[in-house]
Design a protein around this ligand. Structure first.
Ligand SMILES: C[S@@+](CC[C@H](N)C(=O)[O-])C[C@H]1O[C@@H](n2cnc3c(N)ncnc32)[C@H](O)[C@@H]1O
Length: 216
C-alpha cells in the first residue's frame, strides 16, 4: 500500500478500489466491537478510517502513524466529523509503544499496519499490545496475509504481481503480506475469538482477546 501512502490525498479512493470496497465492511465489523467510553489505540492509523469509526462509537481514541502527511488528512477528517475532543493523533511509530502505560487500553486496532512491519517489529508490537491492553481487552485486525496452499499462493501471486512491480518502481519498497499471522498471535499469548479469511486467503479479519489473568 506504500504507493498510495506516498500520495495521501489519493489514499482513501485508491484503497477502496484496490480492496473492491471490502475494507469498509471489514472496518465497520471491527468497529462494531467498540463500546462508548472505551480507550482505543489505532496503530498505523493513516487517514483515520478505523480511528474515526471507533470515535463515532463514543470511544476515546489515540491514532499513531509515522507518516505525517497521512496524519494531516486524518486531522482534517476528524475536524469535519466534529470528533476533535475524542481523538488524539500522534506522529509515532510502533517502536515507541514502550512509552504507553500497561493495561491502559480496552482495544487496539490495526488496519493494514502489520503487513508494513518487519518480523522483529511485529513480534515486538504484539508483545507491547499484550502489555498495554487491559485483561479481556480486544485486538482488532484487518490485514493482508500470505495465503496457505499452493493453488491459492499462485493465484495470489498472479493478482498481486503487477501491483508489487508498480509499487516497487515508484517507491523502491513493497508490502509484506504477513505469514502465519494467527499462529504469531497465539504465540504472543492472545486468544483468537474469530477469524474471517477472503476467498483466496490473502486478507484476514481477526478479533483477538487478551486472556483474563494472562501474564503481560
Ligand atoms: C496501508 S496504511 C493503512 C492506514 C489505515 N490504517 C487504513 O486502514 O486506512 C498503513 C499505515 O501504517 C503506517 N505505518 C507503517 N509503518 C509503521 C510503523 N512502524 N509505526 C506506525 N505506523 C506505521 C503507514 O505510515 C501507513 O499510514
Amino acid at each position: 500500500m506504500k504507493v498510495l501512502e506516498s500520495t495521501p490525498n489519493r489514499y482513501d479512493r485508491g484503497i477502496c478500489i484496490l480492496t473492491l470496497g471490502r475494507l469498509d465492511k471489514t472496518y465497520d465489523r471491527l468497529a462494531s466491537h467498540i463500546r462508548e467510553g472505551q480507550r482505543v489505540l489505532d496503530l498505523g492509523c493513516g487517514t483515520g478510517a478505523l480511528t474515526l469509526r471507533a470515535a463515532q462509537k463514543g470511544a476515546r481514541v489515540k491514532g499513531i502513524d509515522i507518516n505525517a502527511q497521512m496524519l494531516d488528512i486524518a486531522r482534517k477528517r476528524v475536524a469535519e466529523a466534529n470528533l476533535v475532543p475524542n481523538i488524539e493523533l500522534l506522529e509515532m511509530g510502533v517502536a515507541e509503544l514502550g512509552s504507553e502505560k500497561s493495561e491502559s487500553y480496552d482495544a487496539v486496532m490495526a488496519g493494514l499496519c502489520f503487513s508494513e512491519l518487519t518480523e522483529d517489529e511485529l513480534t515486538y508490537t504484539l508483545r507491547e499490545i499484550k502489555r498495554i491492553l487491559k485483561p479481556e481487552g480486544l485486538l482488532l485486525i484487518g490485514d493482508e496475509v500470505r495465503p496457505k496452499g499452493t493453488s491459492r499462493l499462485i493465484l495470489n501471486w498472479l493478482i498481486r504481481f503487477p501491483l508489487v512491480i508498480i509499487t516497487y518502481l515508484l517507491t523502491q519498497t513493497t508490502t509484506n503480506a504477513v505469514k502465519n499471522l494467527p499462529e504469531k498471535i497465539e504465540e504472543a499469548g492472545f486468544v483468537i475469538d474469530s477469524v474471517t479469511l477472503s476467498k483466496i486467503g490473502n486478507f484476514i479479519e481477526l478479533v483477538v482477546s487478551k486472556p483474563q489473568g494472562g501474564a503481560n
